[in-house]
Design a protein around this ligand. Sequence first.
Ligand code: FAD
Ligand code: UDP
Length: 388
Amino acid sequence: MTHDTCDFLIVGAGFAGAVLAERLAVDGGYRVLVVDRRPHIAGNAYDVPDAAGILIHQYGPHIFHTNSDQVLAYLSRFTTWRPYEHRVLAHWNGQLLPVPINRTTINRFFGLDLATSAAAEAFLNQQAESVAQIRTAEDVVVSRVGRPLYEAFFRGYTRKQWGVDPSALDKSVTARVPVRTDTDDRYFNDRYQIMPKHGYTAMFGRLLDHPDITVRIGTEYRDVVARVRARHVIFTGPIDEFFDYRFGRLPYRSLRFDHRHVATAKFQPVAVVNYPGEDVPYTRVTEYKHLTGQEHPATSISYEYPSAEGDPYYPIPNPANAALYARYEALADATPGVTFAGRLGTYRYFNMDQVVAQALTIYERLAGRRRGHASVLAHACELAELKT
Ligand code: FAD
Ligand code: UDP
């Protein structure tokens, strides 16, 4: 069997893997091999033209938003941007109401005409339930907006999305969604709300375009580990899988995406419409042209069906899972030669910008430890065919 030598073997060509590969090659001077089991780069942010030529996000809507100047400056080396402010409407009682809950939502839901933020704040204060200690995803919402709005917009959606009641999920899950008393109907609060002008996959193509980065898609870590002599491994897949589920499986939530092409120019008024009711099995419908700004006489949409089976998309935040992850994290710390990164590697419900920030921090740590020990290899990493 031949062994190829490499400075770093990176498992996963998503944000975590691609950013680390770029930094290690360009700044660190290392030879890097990136493998991904999927037939493409960009991980869950992968976008691709569908059969009709409409750019879709294969793994559901990905909207870039951040408050970090550092993350924005870094990614701006690999893409230009188009301004895009995300807006979401939710189906309720035959109407489409803004989500996050804002004054418009409150007025239309309760048939009121509250004219100021102060009036809406006072109204929500009457609605709010007092919760001694805010621990769960239910507590966060009922303590802020009360039960009727919680039941209309959060309970059903969350039960579908996570397969458990909000009372069994960490508060951080629903705390992601703000509550407003003004009429701002943007989904995110972040300073920067933009989309890569030519899409995510194009941006990843530029991130990974370097003579010292070798990318092998459709390639499973287990199948190459015996063939590559890497000085260090960076693993961005599920951490429990890496350790052969030694302490049991970390729970992840999955989704099934039903992509459809529709022969109409516009399907819905905004990019995402949420369906919080438990009478429909899907959680949200995305129309991609709103996100990308693409002009096309027809349109493409996707329905999201939450599922326990399938690719791991969401770590499930609750105390039991955090305790199980802590055991894997301790094992990782005690295992030399491997570093874990990303949403699955560190079991954190991270947005894209948080994964980029984490990868940049990990790079600084790795580079600091090895400063002055740049690659001694004469060639870029290769992956020879398995010879026995
Ligand atoms: P991933 O993108 O999952 O990449 C990991 C890669 O590792 C995968 O491609 C996988 O194939 C590969 N891999 C795993 N194990 C192995 C193995 N053993 N061998 C080879 N390859 C392996 N974030 C936002 O900021 N805004 C959004 O609007 C947004 N929307 C989202 C919508 C959905 C439906 C989902 C699921 C996520 C969304 N996110 C969003 C989060 C975003 O997708 C993640 O933060 C980001 O993509 C995580 O990057 P990563 O590199 O950690 O993981
Ligand atoms: N959520 C909800 N109703 C909504 C929107 C969100 O109940 O209309 C809850 C749900 O539990 C969801 C969580 O808030 O999983 C976080 O929402 P976000 O839009 O951030 O989810 P993501 O885009 O990560 O799937």
